[in-house]
Design a protein. Structure first.
Length: 256
């Protein structure tokens, strides 16, 4: 039995508060006949979150944050704590996106700390993992993913594993228009699930939601979501307009 799909849009550094209000309002309208068979969320930039929440009210669209710091407070200029997000009504957060690993020095260890801080605050983490092209082509993909899993999820309990979402995003497929083929993605998702089974047992691993991310669009989402171990999508470019994202969501929802 397949897990409930979770389709989420990561807006990265795009959309002011005004643009967020408009896009979320448009999306809400386009999802008026949505059958509710999957979960939907958007992750706008911090300062656009409040506008997104207001516009999404009364709709199935969850609104989350793209990052969180691991400390409760202290000398961390420019950062926000999990308690601050929670106070602002934020219950979803992306952690360890490859762009944060690449440009902002995120490591498996900081991903782990942020994940624990979020779970402790009652915020659902979307923990990103994924290999670069060089890592895949040099035959190191499984070693890299295993390291991200073993270190990134260290100390996370079996119960907590079902409170979070794992997002597998091969770095070479992000924003490039190159999608992993459904077979490639399925193989890697099965490998990732087997690593969680090794850590937590098969029964827990079978419940873990593993999203795929990297050039997912309305035209390829159905094929990807039909794969046994793919439980949703973390979407960049194709989540930026209500037209594209609603088409993608409705195509995925039509599967169930
Ligand atoms: O990084 C991504 C989502 O977090 C994927 O981005 P694209 O869908 O634009 O490839």
């Amino acid at each position: 039995m397949k897990r409930r799909l979770f389709i989420a849009g990561n807006w990265k550094l795009n959309k002011t508060a005004a643009e967020t209000s408009q896009t979320v309002a448009d999306l809400k309208e386009k999802l008026a006949d949505f059958n509710g068979t999957l979960d939907v969320a958007l992750f706008p930039p911090f300062l656009s979150i409040a506008a997104g929440q207001a516009a999404a009210e009364g709709s199935p669209i969850g609104i989350g944050s793209q990052n969180v710091h691991f400390a409760e407070s202290g000398a961390y200029t420019g950062e926000l704590s999990a308690a601050m997000l929670k106070e602002a009504g934020i219950e979803l957060v992306i952690i360890g996106h490859s762009e944060r690993r690449q440009y902002f020095g995120e490591t498996n260890e900081t991903v782990n700390l942020r994940t624990k801080a979020s779970l402790a605050a009652g915020i659902k983490p979307f923990v990103c993992i994924g290999e670069t092209l060089q890592e895949r082509e040099s035959g190191n993909m499984e070693t890299v993913l295993k390291g991200q899993i073993v270190e990134g999820f260290a100390g996370i309990s079996a119960d907590q594993m079902t409170d979070l979402v794992v997002a597998y995003e091969p770095v070479w497929a992000i924003g490039t228009g190159v999608t992993a083929s459904p077979a490639q993605a399925q193989d890697t998702h099965a490998y990732i699930r087997s690593e969680f089974a090794a850590l937590y047992g098969q029964a827990v691993a079978d419940k873990v939601i593993i999203q795929y991310g990297g050039s997912v669009k309305a035209g390829n989402v159905a094929e990807l979501m039909s794969c046994e171990d793919i439980d949703g999508a973390l979407v960049g470019g194709a989540s930026l307009t209500a037209e594209d994202f609603s088409a993608l969501i409705l195509n995925a929802a039509a599967l169930s």
